[in-house]
Write a protein that binds this ligand. Structure first.
Ligand SMILES: CC(=O)N[C@H]1[C@@H](OP(=O)(O)OP(=O)(O)OC[C@H]2O[C@@H](n3ccc(=O)[nH]c3=O)[C@H](O)[C@@H]2O)O[C@H](CO)[C@@H](O)[C@@H]1O
Length: 391
């Protein structure tokens, strides 16, 4: 009797998803919000995260004390050319999919979750299929307007499909539309609670001129070669007008550092280069007066929740061109500037210059960005997870 009560009090969740920050952080945020909800009800949460060994989740989950397991995955490289789709690398990777499914099935069967939550990335496919095989409720979360590849594969097996935007619902296949619930894209609560002075202290930004605005340049979790090149070429000009925190991707630091070494002393002090911004991210965002950024769904959710003006350089090759769509959507609302098509350093300057020069202009754009934020997304996703378990 006692053990029966205990198991009724423990919610068992398998989470799968990752690769990039865009898939990893919504999963982490959902786990924490579910834990908080259950704990308020006197219940506890047992989580197993199924991810890849080389994705961001392999660092994030263990650091948060979350049990983590890996399965074999096949990364399918997209191409409009059918011959390229059958490249040796793709064929080899496709062969790994059945192995991954078998491994995931064993993990899910042993763990007996109340729900499997899949947040996208190719690792979500085997674990999502395993949920169906083991007859466990499957909740998908989609961050972008169009379903990503993994979620498209899993949609017909899903109990619920949590989406981040109303505009996704009509784009879903008709057969699965009834399963859709609009939740928004969860943002880590700490991202909303940063402090500018803490960023200055933690990153030793003592050369920053606090009378000038601060620009945070970010290329998403892996950095962006395109944005790095544009900012590098705009640098002397940019640093005369702003302090710059430039997140360039872990593999690009050395090259940019060499370039920065040539900057004259007062300007060099206003430039901070980082491969990846870790725990300081909330404070960096709090310090930032403007973002120059990719328009991945995670970054968008964060800057709209915070209300920050942004100049977007969307990733042209993103699935279904969704980054351009994201950026255009906010630009139409006057909440950002979207640099679509070929971006030159001149276009970047023309977009950034007026915002750096005019605080009132930044404030107006920030206000319009905030109107698109969904600070309650994590709670809504928790509602969906709990209802999938009981339904
Ligand atoms: C190249 C690629 O496949 N991009 C996709 C990926 O975005 P990707 O993961 O690259 O970018 P997102 O903007 O969605 O998310 C990045 C996340 O990482 C965080 N961060 C980033 C840099 C850093 O130094 N520190 C840090 O913490 C950001 O604050 C954010 O939370 O998934 C998104 C959500 O499905 C999609 O919209 C993107 O098109």
């Amino acid at each position: 009797m006692k053990s029966e009560r205990l198991s009724a009090g423990t919610f068992r969740l398998v989470v799968t998803g990752g690769g990039t920050g865009g898939h990893t952080y919504p999963a982490l945020t959902a786990i924490r919000a579910l834990q908080k909800r259950l704990s308020a009800e006197g219940r506890s949460l047992d989580v197993l995260w199924i991810g890849t060994a080389d994705g961001l989740e392999a660092r994030v989950a263990p650091a948060e004390g979350i049990a983590f397991a890996t399965v074999a995955t096949g990364k399918i490289r997209r191409s409009s050319n059918p011959l390229k789709m059958m490249s040796a690398a793709n064929v080899k990777d496709m062969a790994r999919v059945p192995l991954g499914v078998a491994q995931a099935r064993k993990l899910v069967a042993n763990f007996q979750p109340d729900v499997v939550l899949a947040t996208g990335g190719y690792v979500a496919v085997p674990a999502g299929l395993a949920a169906r095989m083991c007859r466990r409720p499957l909740v998908l979360h989609e961050q972008t307007v169009r379903l990503g590849l993994a979620n498209r594969k899993l949609a017909s097996s899903a109990t619920r499909i949590a989406v981040s935007s109303e505009s996704t619902v009509p784009l879903l296949p008709e057969a699965v539309r009834d399963a859709a619930v609009v939740t928004g894209n969860p943002v880590r609560p700490e991202v909303l609670a940063g402090h500018p002075d803490k960023a200055v202290a933690a990153l030793s930004l003592h050369g920053f001129d606090r009378r000038l605005p601060t620009a945070y340049v970010t290329g998403g979790a892996q950095g962006s070669q395109q944005i790095n090149g544009l900012v590098r070429d705009a640098l002397p000009w940019l640093l005369e007008r702003a302090n710059v925190i430039h997140q360039c991707g872990p593999d690009n630091v050395e090259e940019l550092q060499r370039h920065a070494a040539a900057l004259p002393a007062p300007l060099a002090g206003r430039y901070y280069l980082a491969g990846f911004v870790g725990p300081e991210l909330p404070d960096v965002l709090a310090l930032a007066d403007i973002l120059v950024s990719r328009s991945g769904a995670g970054t968008l959710a964060e800057l709209t929740a915070l209300g920050k003006p942004a100049v977007f350089v969307p990733l042209a090759s993103s699935a279904g061109n969704e980054q351009a769509h994201n950026a255009r959507h906010l630009e139409e609302a006057g909440a950002a500037v979207a640099l679509l098509g070929e971006v030159t350093v001149g276009r970047l300057r023309d977009a950034v210059g007026p915002l750096l020069a005019d605080p009132a202009r930044r404030d107006a754009m920030a206000e319009r960005a905030r109107a698109h934020g969904r600070p309650d997304a994590a709670d809504r996703l928790v509602d969906v997870i709990l209802s999938a378990a009981s339904g």
